[in-house]
Design a protein around this ligand. Structure first.
Ligand code: CO
Length: 214
């Protein structure tokens, strides 16, 4: 069902408030006290991939960061701030990087179209393509090739998370933190785990930081 006006959004909000209060009169009072989510979701901004809806999580249960094509870039202050807050302060137990088949960002990166400012963002996906060119060129069907790049990118983003001092510090401190690479299928609504990384997963030594014992 599509919403056509701002008024319809506000009406839907009012209705949602009433429904939640019927189920639990203290619903908002309790939520206002604070949050202790167990999950950080890093997903695509695509309107068809709503993190909470597809995972059945309720308000307070999933901390969310979304950007075009669910990238984890070490120069992205926004993503890094979300990551640090979620891991160091909220102490989430799981970080999910969720990509999706049919991703417009990945499709745009494969094309040679000029998207001006977006080129700089999509360059990161082009680099993953080139890094895996032999594997991708061996796939004859263009949709299959695009889907393979979606999956390769998810794996790359998980590796990028491992390269952050935020994740490494949590592991150094003995925190229970697992990284999950997942892919969502727009055509059937299914979410599937592709990879799972923890402190023992491989990472070239040069990316591993020293942490002072204190
Ligand atoms: Co997308």
């Amino acid at each position: 069902m599509s919403k056509e006006s701002i008024e319809s959004l506000l009406r839907a909000n009012q209705q949602w408030v009433e429904e939640e209060l019927i189920k639990d009169p203290n619903f908002f009072k309790e939520l206002a006290k604070g949050q202790t989510p167990q999950f950080l979701w890093i997903g695509c901004s695509d309107s068809r991939v709503p993190a909470d809806r597809i995972t059945g999580t309720k308000p307070g249960e999933i901390f969310v960061h979304r950007n075009i094509a669910n990238l984890v870039l070490h120069t992205d202050l926004n993503m890094l701030s979300v990551l640090e807050y979620a891991v160091a302060y909220l102490k989430v137990k799981h970080i999910i990087v969720c990509g999706h088949y049919g991703c417009g960002g990945v499709r745009a990166a494969i094309s040679r179209n000029n998207y001006e400012l977006l080129n700089k963002w999509l360059r990161n996906i082009k680099d993953i393509y080139v890094k895996n060119e032999a594997l991708l060129h061996a796939i004859p069907d263009s949709v299959d090739r695009e889907n393979a790049l979606v999956e390769l990118s998810i794996k790359q983003q998980i590796e990028n998370l491992m390269k952050t001092s935020v994740v490494q510090k949590a592991w150094h401190l003995g925190e229970d933190l697992t990284l999950h690479g997942m892919v969502y299928d727009l055509t059937n609504g299914r979410l599937q785990q592709l990879i799972q990384y923890d402190r023992n997963s491989p990472l070239p030594e040069i990316y591993r930081f020293y942490f002072d014992e204190d």
